[in-house]
Write a protein that binds this ligand. Sequence first.
Ligand code: 5GP
Length: 127
Amino acid sequence: MPYDYDDQNIFAKILRGEIPNKTICETEHTLAFHDIRPQAPVHVLVIPKGAYVNADHFGAEASEAEIVDFYRTLAKLSADLGVAPGTGGAGYRVIGNAGPDSHQEVPHFHMHILAGRSLGAMLVHPA
Ligand code: 5GP
C-alpha cells in the first residue's frame, strides 16, 4: 500500500526551518525536540528527517542507516536525559501513534519520550 506523505505537516515545516522548535539534538538523519504541549516533566519528540508518515512506513521504506540512526539517537537521548534504566534512570515511556484509532495528530513519524514522573497505566481507557 502506498503511503501518502503530506509535506505541509507541522514537523515537515520544522525540518525545513519554517517554524521554530526547541531542539535537543540533531544527527544526519534524526531530530529531537521538546513537545510544545508537554504531558510529563520530560516530553521529547524524536523524528526522522526523511518523509515517513508513521512507524510502519518508516520500518518498511527507510534505509538501514536512517533506522539505525533513529534508534541510536533515541537510546542516547534517553541516557542523556537521565531517564534510561540502563544508565540509572527511573524509566520512560515511548509512544508512537499511527493512524486514526491512535489519534495521531501530526502525519510525520515520531516517537514521544515521556518521563520524569510515574506515568501510570499504559491506557486510560482499556478496552
Ligand atoms: P501525535 O498525536 O501525532 O502522536 O502527537 C503530536 C505531538 O506533536 C503532540 O504531542 C503535540 O503537542 C506536538 N506538536 C504539535 N504541534 C507542534 C509544534 O508546532 N511544535 C512542537 N514542538 N510540538 C508540536
